[in-house]
Design a protein around this ligand. Structure first.
Ligand code: ZN
Length: 316
């Protein structure tokens, strides 16, 4: 028996300032806030989900913005860079847009592909890459057109404390194909059209420190609930220790740590984000799981109000 993921389902990271988080991912990057809920284990902290119009698997980045939390350090055992894919010909637009918001840009190349790299307001490393693959975005924001808008994840760069072990996990457990290797990186590909290109630096990284501005985990796609049960069994057979299946309201999840220190999750494509609110109204209301509903007024009083808003940017 073997299993193969289509690619990234979502990436979850830490932040401190909820409004600054919304301003960066919705206001500047033009993603849709598709779900506004709370950390089910800590209801005084938001859990914010940003993605494409429907929050499709492969487009979703999620944050737990905890005011006053400590800053992390990017390093081994983490997703080092989160890659977003944009339509061909749009990198210049993005470079100009990011600069208008005072964001420092670097250019990089891996496997012949040019990347625009930058950090979010908390220090999380991000990059944009042009590719043909992936549905054009149907979410319009602040004049970003469909031939410029982010389509979802291109993939990720995984910082490993044990690269051979991480690469084995990608190939043998997740079913990715190795498609390239140069002096610095190995490249792996999953069959999905987005969230499918994973690069691993060949040299061992020093351990990072979790906290604001770092990724907590990367989740990989399972087709449905039956496939998810097979994943749990398969991950166990591969010598890892997956958690029980956990209901995350918008998907089911299992977690395990691979040998290079990175926390992996396997998450189901269904049911998705339109399960507790209408597709047209996603992200507008604070959504609470049933057991918290009776504490709604108290929970809302403990959260900083946030809003999705168009930002001014600096004048040209
Ligand atoms: Zn997750």
């Amino acid at each position: 028996m073997s299993q193969q993921t289509a690619g990234i389902h979502h990436i979850t990271a830490f932040a401190r300032d909820p409004q600054a988080n919304v301003d960066f991912y919705a206001g500047i990057l033009g993603l849709r806030l598709v779900k506004k809920t709370i950390n089910f284990d800590a209801p005084e902290v938001y859990h914010l989900y940003f993605g494409n119009e429907s929050g499709s698997p492969g487009t979703i980045i999620t944050f737990f913005p905890a005011p006053g939390s400590s800053r992390g350090r990017i390093g081994g055992g983490q997703v080092g860079i989160t890659s977003y894919v944009v339509p061909p010909g749009s990198l210049d637009f993005w470079e100009a847009r990011l600069k208008r918001f005072g964001i420092t840009i670097e250019r990089a190349t891996r496997f012949g592909e040019p990347y625009v790299q930058f950090s979010d307001n908390e220090g999380l490393r991000l990059e944009l890459v042009e590719r043909e693959a992936g549905e054009p975005s149907s979410w319009s924001w602040d004049g970003i057109s469909a031939d410029q808008a982010i389509k979802g994840f291109g993939g990720a760069v995984l910082y490993s404390v044990n690269p051979p072990s991480t690469m084995a996990a990608l190939q043998r457990t997740l079913g990715l194909d190795k498609v390239g290797e140069d002096a610095d990186y190995a490249r792996f590909q999953a069959p999905g059209d987005i969230g499918n290109i994973i690069d691993v630096p060949l040299s061992r990284m020093e351990w990072g420190v979790g906290g604001a501005g770092t990724v907590h985990h990367i989740a990989w796609r399972a087709k449905d609930f039956d496939d998810h049960v097979r994943w749990q069994q398969f991950v166990m057979e591969q010598g890892y220790r997956p958690t029980q299946i956990i209901d995350r309201q918008y998907f089911n999840a299992i977690y395990f740590r691979e040998g290079g220190g990175i926390l992996f999750e396997i998450a189901t494509d269904p049911p998705g984000f339109a399960t507790d609110e209408q597709a047209e109204r996603l992200g507008e209301k604070l959504m609470l799981p049933e057991w918290y509903e009776k504490h709604r007024s108290q929970i809302e009083a403990n959260l900083q109000p946030i809003q999705v808003r168009v930002l001014e940017g600096e004048s040209e």
